[in-house]
Design a protein around this ligand. Sequence first.
Ligand code: AHR
Length: 325
Amino acid sequence: EQEAEATETASLKSDRYIVVGFSQLGAESDWRSANTESMKETFTTENGYKLILEDGQQKQVNQIAAIRSFIQQDVDYIVLAPVTETGWDTVLQEAKDAGIPVIIVDRMVEVSDEDLFTCWVGSDFELEGRKAAEWLNQYASQKNIAAEEIHIVNIQGTIGSSAQIGRSRGLLKAVNKYGWELMAEVTGDFTQAKGREVMESLLKKYDNINVVYCENDNEACGAIEAIEAAGKKVGSNITDGDIMVISFDGVKQQAMDYVIEDKIACIAECNPLHGPRVKAAIELLEKGKTPDKLSYVDEELFSANETVKAITVDGITYLVTILSK
Ligand code: AHR
């Protein structure tokens, strides 16, 4: 079978297509679907590419197998959206030995030698977390809500992924700085079903949660289902019994609708449209040029609540995009 794949790739190359093997980590969220679509729409035969897409189903072992099969097929480029940060050294060394450039997209890899990948494009996840937490700080200070009145649970993403590590770190920094109570950190694996399940059990365990920090929109929508099923109200009046939901992505339509309904107080954007960014890097490489090693995407904050119009992190001010019907 591998031989047949290699023959097919060779014939595509002789047809002058640029062959890209893309190891996508899974299909856990709306963000991920949008990201996969962006890659598919970009790397078309009309654009001169042949895309070989492998879904890792959230398992690193599957992604490693996909990369090995791309090496076997002698693709021109390997694009990797890694599920977690660590554990990539060996397979990336194999790609390097085979002379195939590897572009990392979305989450990051932690490797012993930065030369094991050509470049990376994605989000500053810790900044996203700091922005979301700073939005909460600004909101609390404008509403005169004391730090001791803020009781947070964090529904984390896939443990060990850059998106989880960065967003959890961003929150923790603010918790330490402002003195809020962080009651629990539990993973919701970036899925709606797990977000609901985790929130259900958190509500049974703690009766004074008033802020839920969800590390993506799918978890947030699941958490909202659980809060409402428990007969509680989601909203911004956290000193009046509401539970405030804060989230990340801004891709899932239901979540954007929830912002307008004040069911999600604030979303820190995570932009999934990496196809054209990866293509730009490949085009540079094709011309013998060197793309930037790390390219961070600019991102916004979305809210419908006019209390906070701008936040400042590390001296940089970010305007909040206020959504309305
Ligand atoms: O790595 C990006 C994150 O992964 C997105 O926030 C989330 O929705 C996805 O599953």
